[in-house]
Design a protein around this ligand. Structure first.
Ligand code: E4P
Length: 214
């Protein structure tokens, strides 16, 4: 499973890269607005820093507007993936971008049928939002299982990119189900290596080593 970082923060991106945990980045308007400043400059900086795919979101409402924005965003770098919302217009745009050979990430997916539509439109990635579903008492990970089954049934090449991840269990379940990618906030990525028994074991090895050598 690939690890994307769900952020627009350059320090977080550099840290994850240093740890060898950066296969790509997903941004959205909220994440870019948190960084302040000129969003275009920030997005270009991210595209330069990251070797893998970088999702940048269109904000137009019609397919024509989305396609025009996609052309602009694609000029930010060779690794840009156009993030398109799961709306009827978004699906038209996804199909058109597919025909142009451009990569897309269809976002704001909350049902298996929405994911099926995105795959049929030629999406490179679909982004089901597990945390937001859990937040309204729906089972986010069940959605991932259903999409996995549908894509496998018909051998769709569209990749499942698990989004809106809130905790390490979401990452574990994504890997067990066989999602292709998890886009993970930096705080959650930082928690993945932690285990109290590792800390405890290290402390006791250190104490024993000290008593042996001092
Ligand atoms: C990823 O591409 C999404 O934009 C992101 O995971 C949304 O997550 P949120 O529910 O934390 O806003």
């Amino acid at each position: 499973m690939e690890f994307f970082l769900d952020t627009a923060n350059i320090v977080e991106i550099r840290n994850a890269k240093k740890q060898g945990l950066l296969d790509g980045v997903t941004t959205n308007p909220t994440l870019l607005s948190r960084e302040g400043g000129d969003w275009r400059q920030q997005a270009k900086l991210i595209c330069e820093e990251v070797t893998g795919p970088v999702s940048l979101e269109v904000m137009g409402e019609t397919a024509e507007e989305m396609i025009a924005e996609a052309g602009d965003l694609a000029s930010f770098g060779d690794n840009v993936v156009i993030k398109v919302p799961l709306t009827s217009e978004g699906l038209v745009a996804t199909k058109a971008l597919y025909k142009k050979g451009m990569k897309t990430n269809v976002t704001l997916v909350f049902s298996p049928l929405q994911a099926l539509l995105a795959a049929k439109a030629g999406a490179t990635y679909v982004s089901p939002f597990v945390g937001r579903l859990d937040g309204i008492s729906h089972d986010g990970m069940e959605l991932i299982s259903q999409i996995r089954t549908i894509f496998d049934n018909y051998e769709f090449p569209t990749k499942i990119l698990v989004a809106s991840i809130r905790n390490p269990l979401h990452v574990l379940d994504s890997a067990l189900i066989g999602a292709d990618v998890a886009t993970i906030p930096y705080k959650v990525i930082s928690e993945l290596a932690k285990h109290p028994l590792t800390d405890q074991g290290l402390a006791s090895f250190k104490a024993d080593w000290d008593s042996l050598t001092k």
